[in-house]
Design a protein around this ligand. Structure first.
Ligand code: SF4
Ligand code: SF4
Length: 154
């Protein structure tokens, strides 16, 4: 548990009264098989981070912050989820899908393939998306140790 509390203050999380408004508003929980922010928070508080850091669905969070906006207790749910992902990553619990996205960012500077976007932009008379300087992305990743943490590159 201490690993998590290095990143965030735990006390206020105990003000959660389990109304589920966060999960009811979560776009990830609407379309994916995930317990949602309320269950992750409650599992972490009462069973410890080990109960959730091995769960791939933890990574479905898009950090959109809607759960925080809707929480009547103004809990910092995204801080908790981010801290849990950091702990999971430090333990090597990074889903292959996340590694693949990091690899794509490393190679192209983008997290998704955009050729269809460019096709649509041309159709509407817009210029293609600008090229991304991958060397800058690589420099940032090197400085943060991202590739080493994810080990997604040969
Ligand atoms: S909205 Fe806030 S108080 Fe309600 S369950 Fe979610 S974290 Fe707890
Ligand atoms: S920040 Fe994450 S957990 Fe919160 S609503 Fe967005 S996707 Fe769901």
């Amino acid at each position: 548990m201490r690993e998590i509390w290095k990143h965030i203050e735990p006390e206020h999380l105990f003000f959660c009264y389990e109304c589920s408004r966060c999960t009811g508003s979560c776009p990830a929980a609407m379309v994916l098989d995930t317990p949602g922010p309320r269950r992750i928070l409650v599992s972490c508080l009462y069973s410890g981070p080990n109960a959730v850091t091995g769960d791939e669905s933890l990574w479905y969070c898009t950090t959109c912050h809607v759960c925080e906006d809707r929480c009547p207790q103004e809990l910092h749910i995204v801080e908790l989820l981010t801290a849990l992902m950091n702990v999971a990553a430090a333990r090597g619990n990074i889903p292959d899908k996340v590694r693949a996205v990091v690899d794509k960012i490393a190679r192209t500077g983008r997290s998704v393939v955009t050729y269809r976007v460019d096709e649509e932009r041309i159709r509407f008379g817009l210029s293609p998306l600008s090229q991304i300087n991958v060397e800058e992305v690589e420099a940032l990743a090197a400085r943060t140790g991202l590739f080493e943490k994810v080990k997604s590159r040969p």
